[in-house]
Design a protein around this ligand. Structure first.
Ligand code: KG4
Ligand code: ZN
Length: 368
């Protein structure tokens, strides 16, 4: 067997680290993607500030990672010496956290004498649907991905490993950011999305009329700032007085409905732009919202498409998706005779457009 064939699949488990925002996470995957262990710590030092504080996040990653990695290895009963490679989110995200996580991963890989694989965090969200067991009968390319979280809001045509086309994205706030800001205006805790969804269950989604930004506008960009302004105007007459519970619930339900309406309208346009898609995938924290999920499921069904949303623990930031994206990258590189990968020289990137990912497979080396 030549070296390339041996390298086609890593022969031992791999370890992955996620640290691009406020989740510190570690996972260990078998070469076929089976999750052997995973741990996520959602940092708790940010709630008082009503948002993620980058400096606090970076310091927390630094404090948490050594024990987290040790504990995850113990959970999987894996000796570090048996690992095949180490992967870490290397962008996009908050630069402090990226430096800590990818620096830790590079150091560990160097000490063990194994490769380091840099993972694009958004690509990891995009490929999660292909993790074995997530979508019945699998998620073959191409599919449409709706990524809606606190930091991202995009429609992406996922055409292959390393091959992505951004069809549209937010021109102001991300969907999760809008949920968080509106929840704050309603006096709810942070992160606001789940709290707002809970309150909305007591309300009437038709009670208060709100705008539907970019409704039926060409393309599939998103905008949420007008919706946020409309909410603050509805709240203005109350000044500093406490809001009547029913009014707050009606406002929450009406806002949630407006977001679901806008997002499904944008998705319809995205599907028009990608008629070859057979599957619609929703990912990111906001994909946990049951009203939005139901609306997306209905839109997909009307078009004869399958719909999938990974379970919540894989929708929000986690290290399993980082490990899986690294395994997919590794396999793709092997198929193109590009192995071995070693991204030690790759610097963390606060911005890292998905369109850049194809270049990692461009320098095709002819097989011997
Ligand atoms: O993917 P995620 O954990 O982190 C990143 O932002 O990358 O997403 C967190 C976002 C927060 O804005 C949170 O409020 C929102 O997802 N979220 C929700 C729900 N659960 C989480 N938004 C609406 N409804 C929910 N049930
Ligand atoms: Zn994310």
């Amino acid at each position: 067997m030549n070296e390339t064939a041996q390298n086609r699949r890593p022969d031992g488990p791999i370890l992955a680290i996620e640290s691009s925002c406020d989740e510190t996470a570690c996972a260990i995957l078998a070469p076929n993607g089976t999750v052997l262990a995973q741990r996520v710590i959602s940092q708790d030092g940010h709630a008082d500030f009503g948002g993620v504080v980058p400096e606090i996040a970076a310091r927390a990653h630094l404090a948490l990672l050594p024990n987290l990695v040790r504990a995850t290895l113990q959970d999987a009963n894996i000796a570090p010496a048996t690992l095949s490679f180490i992967a870490a989110s290397t962008g996009p995200g908050l630069i402090g956290g990226l430096i800590v996580g990818s620096g830790f991963a590079k150091g560990l890989a160097l000490a063990l004498g194994i490769p380091f694989v840099a993972v694009n965090h958004v690509e990891a969200h995009a490929l999660t649907a292909r993790l074995p067991g997530i979508v019945p009968d699998g998620a073959p390319f191409p599919y449409l991905l709706l990524l809606v979280s606190g930091g991202h809001c995009q429609c992406i045509a996922v055409e292959g490993v390393g091959h992505y086309r951004k069809l549209g994205g937010t021109i102001d706030d991300a969907a999760g950011e809008a949920f968080d800001k509106v929840a704050k205006m309603l006096g709810l805790g942070w992160p606001g999305g789940p709290e707002l969804e809970k309150l909305a269950r007591e309300g009437n989604p038709k009670a208060i009329s709100l705008p539907r930004p970019l409704w039926r506008r060409e393309g599939c960009d998103f905008s949420f700032s007008g919706l946020k302004t409309a909410i603050s105007q509805k709240l203005a007459p109350f000044g500093k007085e406490p809001l009547p519970r029913q009014f707050a619930a009606d406002l929450a339900a009406s806002f949630q409905q407006a977001v679901a309406d806008v997002v499904t309208n944008r998705i319809e346009h995205a599907l028009d732009m990608m008629p070859e898609a057979k599957l619609l995938v929703a990912a990111g924290g906001v994909a946990a919202n049951t009203v939005l999920r139901a609306a997306l499921e209905k839109t997909a069904a009307q078009r004869g498409l399958r719909f999938a949303a990974p379970p919540l623990r894989l929708c929000t930031d986690n290290a399993v998706m980082v490990g899986w994206a690294a395994l997919e990258t590794w396999r793709e590189a092997a198929e193109r005779n590009l192995l071995p990968i070693n991204d030690n020289a790759l610097r963390p990137r606060p911005r890292w457009p998905l369109e850049d990912m194809a270049s990692r497979f461009e320098a095709e080396i002819p097989s011997a």
